[in-house]
Ligand binder design. Structure first.
Ligand code: PRT
Ligand code: MG
Length: 208
């Protein structure tokens, strides 16, 4: 059995053509179902529906053999207990700083609100900027509006969310896309099945 960990929403939507390229069709759409273990057209392949931030955990501990996770999630998870053999080039966006339109902080120490604490810490340290990172779990856009932070670090796709909240993108920290991750033991124990799966995906990504 090959077990694939995947999150609902944008990653799943973008993964359907990739799975199809590997001959895999999920039995149900997880966005329309409450099932957490989803069978496929192939008796030897199943999907686990997990939170995006939990995908690396399921794969590292071997509850799933492979998975698809955003580079943002992988950088925050920050473990060398996983293989990351392929950039799937899906769910693309940019990790950016953003602030209130026209706002320029006056203080010595920048206050930064974010869900991406490690990415933010590394970025500001590399820039030689003293930053106090304030961890939030969501709705980061609110923080600069109510004086909790000078700026935020968040994912930006269209920029509509920032704009709707009177914020503007500032610095690009990095481009983000989803990566295929593989459990280290599965790479050995299920070598044929895993390499065949990676092969189909690589071919699809190369031709996309
Ligand atoms: O939603 P849940 O709390 O379960 O988990 P999650 O938010 O981690 O999952 P999900 O499905 O929302 O995101 C999964 C992955 O998609 C992320 O880890 C990213 O790698 C990738 N991705 C791609 C994005 C975006 N684009 C994106 N635009 N993740 C989030 N956003 C959010 C962003 O945080 C901001 O709130 O969309 C908003 C900005 O979008 P625009 O278009 O208004 O700029
Ligand atoms: Mg979300």
């Amino acid at each position: 059995m090959l077990t694939i960990a995947i999150s609902k929403g944008r990653i799943f939507a973008d993964s359907i053509p990739l799975l199809a390229a590997a001959g895999i069709e999920p039995a149900v759409d997880p966005d329309k179902s409450r099932l957490l273990i989803i069978g496929t057209n192939r008796p030897d392949v199943q999907l686990l529906v997990v939170r995006a931030t939990d995908v690396p955990t399921y794969v590292e501990y071997g509850a799933a053999d492979v998975g698809s996770a955003g580079k943002d999630v992988l950088l925050e998870y920050d473990s060398d207990g996983l293989y990351e053999p392929l950039d799937l080039n899906i769910a693309r966006c940019r990790m950016m700083t953003a602030a209130r339109v026209g706002y320029h902080p006056a203080g010595q120490r920048l206050r930064v609100a974010t869900k991406y604490v490690k990415i933010a810490q590394r970025y500001f340290a590399a820039q030689g900027i003293q930053a106090e990172i304030i961890k939030l779990y969501g709705s980061m856009e609110l923080a600069p509006l109510v004086g909790l932070a000078d700026c935020i670090v968040d994912l930006v796709d269209t920029g509509n969310t920032l704009k709707a909240n009177g914020l503007e993108p500032r610095e690009l920290i990095m481009h983000i896309s989803s990566r295929l991750i593989v459990n280290k033991a599965a790479m050995k124990m299920k070598h044929a099945q895993v390499t065949e799966f990676i092969g189909h995906l690589s071919q699809f990504v190369a031709n996309a």
